[in-house]
Design a protein. Structure first.
Length: 335
């Protein structure tokens, strides 16, 4: 086992609505990422993926609130730190975040160099302007972006260049953990490949020690990440290597997700993709038992009222289900 860069222990966070209702978007999540490794998170919209990403930075603003748990980055526990301390000492240097719709994250009235200056001076207010530019030009060049980009506004860049610029700016301080939330969405295939290649370079060159990659595109996770976690209704329901999760999923929800992928070789004529019936539970009042029970065709009566703990088996693989591995594989084999 390698050095653990990011360790999350029983993290719980919630949203508070304007009616003072609690929405438990991340509920008891635990996992680790080792140095040099990338971890993917899959799951349908609303399962808590992006909320988990925001929570991991330890920078909470209403309506998102921290409840409990630990977030440890390279041995440093950032849980419960004051927002100003997190901004000055953690964001950008320890952990960086590439948001959804990153192409729209750049202020159109400012030149790109200003974003780089803001990131660096948040940690070093006395940083020299010439040194900042020198560092920026070198990093942009390494990632296939010409130095001229620094003097442009966001509106002068293509979609792919905007995305790569956001990645370059976000990682200018060599963060130990990079969180990428749907980094290739809204891009054409060529730009997607370029962005993925760029993120791999960041890992290979040691600028980023570990990466958390969030996307709806399951085949993409298989080609990009070492391991995959599947999230459902605020909880992790299964985690394993990318190969195991794509070709041999255990949890019924993971199994349903993987079966819903269209295989180009099979075509669409006469081939109906299986769907997962129903909708996720209301996280204002999470079910007492398995959160997937109401949609699971293998559920037993006790699944609906029995709390389901994580089950670990083989090389760090885990799943959360009342049924055993052999029992699940048996029912899948008869489908």
């Amino acid at each position: 086992m390698g050095k653990v860069i990011l360790e999350v222990k029983n993290l719980k966070t919630k949203y508070v609505t304007r009616f003072h209702e609690d929405v438990y978007a991340v509920d008891g999540v635990s996992f680790t990422i080792e140095e040099g490794k990338s971890l993917g998170i899959a799951g349908e919209s609303g399962c808590g993926k992006s909320t988990l990403a925001l929570s991991l930075m330890g920078y909470y603003f209403p309506p998102l609130h921290y409840i409990s748990g630990e977030i440890i980055i390279d041995g440093k526990n950032i849980s419960g730190m004051k927002p100003d301390d997190v901004r000055k000492t953690i964001l950008g240097s320890e952990i960086a975040y590439i948001p959804q719709a990153a192409m729209n994250a750049l202020n159109p009235t400012q030149k790109i160099i200003r974003f780089v200056e803001d990131v660096i001076r948040a940690h070093d207010p006395k940083a020299d302007k010439k040194e900042i530019r020198k560092l920026a030009e070198a990093r942009f060049a390494e990632l296939g972006l010409p130095a001229s980009v620094l003097d442009k506004h966001a509106v002068e860049l293509s979609g792919g260049m905007k995305q790569r610029t956001v990645i370059a700016v976000s990682t200018i301080l060599n963060p130990k953990v990079l969180i990428a939330d749907e980094p290739s969405s809204a891009l054409d295939v060529t730009s997607q490949k370029m962005v993925i290649k760029m993120m791999r370079q960041l890992m290979e060159k040691g600028y980023v020690k570990a990466m958390l990659f969030i996307t709806h595109e399951l085949p993409l996770l298989y080609n990009v990440t070492d391991d995959i976690m599947v999230m459902y209704a605020g909880q992790i329901v299964e985690k394993g290597s990318a190969k195991e999760m794509v070709f041999d999923p255990t949890h019924p929800y993971s199994h349903g997700l993987m079966n819903s992928i269209l295989v180009p070789e099979e075509g669409t004529r006469g081939h109906k993709l299986p769907a997962i019936p129903g909708t996720p539970p209301n996280l204002k009042k999470p079910p007492a038992g398995c959160r997937f029970a109401e949609r699971c065709k293998y559920a037993r009566p006790e699944c609906r009222y029995t709390g389901i703990p994580e089950k670990n088996f083989g090389d760090g693989r885990m799943y959360r289900c009342l049924l055993g591995v052999d029992e699940l594989k048996e029912v899948y084999s008869h489908e």
